[in-house]
Every structure is written in C-alpha cells, then in structure tokens.
Design a protein around this ligand. Structure first.
Ligand code: SAM
Length: 269
C-alpha cells in the first residue's frame, strides 16, 4: 500500500476524533474559553516573545494551541488536514473573538494552499508519528520560515516511544522499534489518548523517527540548530509506569532522570 492510503485513513480517523476531543476532559475547552492557555511553559520560554509576530502552526488539530499563541499576541495561521478539526477551530476562534486563519491542508501540499513567510513555524505534541517523510516535512517548514525566522518543535521523545504504552507494565518494557521504516506500524485501539469512548475504532498508521533523522532533516533543509533540549518529563501519561508530579508533568518515579520523555528543537534560518 502507498502512503496515500495510510494518510487518507489517518485523516478519516482525525475527522472522527476531532469532535470527541473537543468534548473531552483532556482538552478542557471550557478552561480554554475562560482564558487558560494550552501552551506548555517550556514552549513559551523557548519560543520567546511572539508579540506582533507571524506564527504558522503545523498540525494544529482543532486550534487550541494556535489560539493560545494568538492570545500571546501573535498573528496566527493554523494548518491541519482534518476538515472537522479546522471547522471546530474556526468556530472557536469566532466564538471567543480571536482573529486567526485556519487552513485545511495536508502539510505536504501546503505550498499549494498557503503563501507568505512567517517569523515562527511551530509544531508540537504528537505530530511526527503521522508523517512518512521528515525530509519533505523539514523542507516545507523551511519554505515558510522567513530569513531570520525560527522553526520550533516540542515533541514526545522518540526513545520513549520504544516502550510498551498499552499493557499495564510497571516498568519501561521495550516493545517498538526506535529506527525508521518506510512501512508504518498499524495500531488498533478503542478511543484515543483524549477520549476513552469505544465509539471510535481507532486504526492508525504511524511512523517512528529517531532523533538523528529529525535533526538531519532540519539541517538538510537549511536550518541552523539553535538548541536541542531533552526532558525527563512529559505533559500527559504516555505510559502506565509514569506518575504525575506537583508541576503536572509525568515522570518515571523510580528513577526520575533516567528516561528522556520529551524533546524540543529550535532552529533558525
Ligand atoms: C496529536 S494531534 C496534534 C495535537 C496538538 N498538539 C494538540 O494537542 O492539539 C495530530 C494532528 O496532526 C494532524 N495531521 C496528521 N497528519 C497530518 C498531515 N499530513 N497534514 C496535516 N495535518 C496532519 C491530525 O489531523 C491531528 O490534528
């Protein structure tokens, strides 16, 4: 099967998940409506001031992070290939009176649907596993970053992705590959990380990308890496053996600094 089949299938899945996520406790849209930001502190600190800057958010889902950046003063454009997610994002923006542009497009086709250059291209939290080709991803990101601008990604660490996240294991247990394969892994679950409903039979096709591929694709697309940071905590319970701390982050309690669970990269052009 070619990648089109996998991407079409994933897009159908995200179309079904978007309205469920909008209603979910995980995304807590009411808290967002009442002014809470969905951005992580590290994202705000590491991206820096976005005041009056043009920000492009790749794989924006239904727009909560995009709109949170707008509340920080950015002129925002969000992109996602799920039309359901984009419809919700536009309605939310209207409802709360935030000016934002949302584009429905596969990011691999984005040059056909969006023009202009941005001070900041941002993406975060569960994005890379949906992408078969990181070289093209980095080229698209580079295309939209203006000279002197930055690209920023905050993502779940690929090393942590090798561990079993489905069975009730109380210790990190290797289950998945670290390195990339052109053929995606097929997963079948009920619901999603944000919605436990069994109404959605969740078949997804996902690709693993080692850190070396992520860095090399950005360098290959002409970026200079400003920093790569690795964090021994993560923003949600990605694995059953993690425990939540008083700061809201999840760690491996037995050895809190032993496993990288998230990373961030800022790169400039
Ligand atoms: C886990 S969500 C991102 C979550 C986001 N960080 C948040 O919490 O709102 C992944 C998103 O990527 C989008 N996506 C996946 N593959 C894509 C592609 N090729 N082009 C555009 N969007 C894509 C999905 O529709 C989904 O909204």
């Amino acid at each position: 099967m070619d990648n089109k089949h996998y991407l079409d299938s994933n897009r159908d899945l995200w179309d079904r998940l978007a309205p469920l996520h909008e209603q979910s406790k995980f995304y807590d849209v009411d808290a967002f409506r009442s002014g809470q930001s969905t951005l992580l502190d590290i994202e705000r600190q590491e991206v820096g001031s976005v005041e009056r800057k043009k920000l492009l958010h790749l794989q924006c889902h239904f727009g909560l992070d995009t709109l949170s950046w707008a509340r920080e003063g950015a002129d925002v454009t969000g992109v996602d290939f799920s039309s359901e997610a984009i419809d919700i994002a536009r309605l939310l923006a209207d409802e709360i009176g935030i000016s934002a542009k949302f584009v429905c497009s596969n990011i691999y086709d984005l040059r056909d649907h969006l023009t202009g250059e941005f001070d900041i291209v941002f993406t975060s939290g569960g994005v890379l596993c949906w992408l078969p080709d990181l070289k093209k991803w980095a080229e698209i990101a580079s295309h939209f970053v203006k000279p002197g601008g930055i690209f920023y990604v905050r993502e779940f660490h690929p090393f942590s992705n090798i561990f079993d996240d489905e069975n009730e294991v109380d210790k990190p247990t290797v289950r998945y590959p670290y390195f990339h394969s052109d053929k995606p892994m097929r997963f079948e679950n009920e619901g999603s990380y944000a919605s436990s409903t069994s109404d959605v039979r969740n078949i997804s096709y996902e690709w693993f990308h080692p850190l070396s591929d992520i860095i090399s694709s950005l360098v290959g697309a002409g970026f200079k890496i400003d920093f790569l940071h690795e964090f021994p905590f993560i923003s949600y319970q990605s694995h059953p053996f993690l425990e939540q701390g008083s700061d809201g982050m999840w760690r491996y309690p037995e050895s809190p600094n032993s496993i990288p669970l998230m990373f961030s990269i800022r790169a400039s052009k």
